[in-house]
Design a protein around this ligand. Structure first.
Ligand code: PAF
Length: 283
């Protein structure tokens, strides 16, 4: 397949977008932080089926990392990323130059309420502000018809849907199913931090999560089922669990007890061998 063109400035990006717009092309956008794996490539394939042109951005966004998180060590694999994107028919890769996203006078912040509260925000209080800011900037720069986000970051997807609706951005936000390895582990750029032992511990997360969802579907009380899952994760070698919660799939309102009598979402964040893993599934 043809290699995608690469642009690094807003001027070059805009030039290409205007050219396509002039020709009546539709544009799908997949924002990423690079370190691409087959989960990202599945988003690009989905995008290819929905628009004539696909733009992928690669930008490790500093504002969504808290001090002490892995911003500096986050894997940066630009050359390999571009090669992978060539294999799935991406048309344009936007790699903003270092320093070109936030200038020294930057003073605008975006805080999404509702779905962006609780869960991740209880543990990473500034994460969604960072995501909302960079996604708004990227959507303004690329101006796509649709943008695709993975369901692995379920609360992020809900937050971006809210943001785009509230700010009247004329963009369809599409959620893509979670890509998993042969053992069910949700694909993540951070999985490469694991050694062999860590990987086999990590893989227990999805097993415990799916089993927890199954027992709740069969009538187990939410509090009992999630507490059992917590104990199982700790017994499997997880050092701590940030949350294992059942929430309404749209509002993300959390249900802490009782039985599930309509489709709900089970969301988990837990620490394994120094790596924070998140996952979710339907109940
Ligand atoms: O999900 C991610 O990779 C990032 O949060 C995103 C949406 C690219 C924003 O930096």
């Amino acid at each position: 397949m043809k290699s995608p063109d690469i642009v690094r400035t807003q001027k070059d990006l805009r030039g290409q977008i205007w050219e396509w717009r002039g020709l009546g092309e539709t544009i799908a956008f997949v924002p990423t932080m690079g370190a691409l794996h087959s989960g990202h490539l599945s988003l690009v394939k989905l995008a290819k089926g929905k628009a004539l042109k696909v733009v992928v951005s690669i930008f490790v966004n500093p504002t969504q990392f808290a001090p002490g998180e892995d911003f500096e060590s986050y894997p940066r694999t630009e050359e390999a990323d571009i090669e992978k994107l060539s294999s799935v028919g991406c048309d344009l890769v936007y790699i903003p130059r270092k320093g070109s996203m936030y200038n020294a006078h930057h003073a605008t912040h975006i805080k999404v309420g509702g779905v962006a509260e609780n869960l991740e925000t209880d543990h990473r209080p500034t994460f969604f502000e960072g995501v909302a800011l960079v996604v708004t900037k990227l959507l303004n720069r690329v101006a796509p018809d649709i943008a695709i986000f993975g369901e692995k970051d379920y609360q992020q997807l809900a937050t971006i849907r809210r943001l785009v609706a509230d700010l009247d951005m004329p963009i369809d936000i599409i959620g893509a199913p979670i890509a998993r390895d042969d053992h069910g582990l949700a694909l993540s750029s951070r999985n490469q931090y694991f050694d062999k032992d860590g990987l086999s511990k990590a893989r227990q997360l999805n097993e415990i999560m799916f089993e927890c969802a199954r027992t709740m579907r069969n009538g187990a009380d939410i509090s009992d089922a999630t507490q059992r899952a917590q104990s199982e994760l700790l017994a499997a070698g997880y050092s701590s669990i940030d949350y294992i919660s059942v929430a309404c799939p749209d509002s993300l309102e959390i249900m802490t007890s009782g039985t599930v009598n309509k489709p709900m979402r089970l969301l988990v964040a837990a620490h394994c061998e120094g790596v924070r893993l998140i996952d979710n599934c339907q109940v």
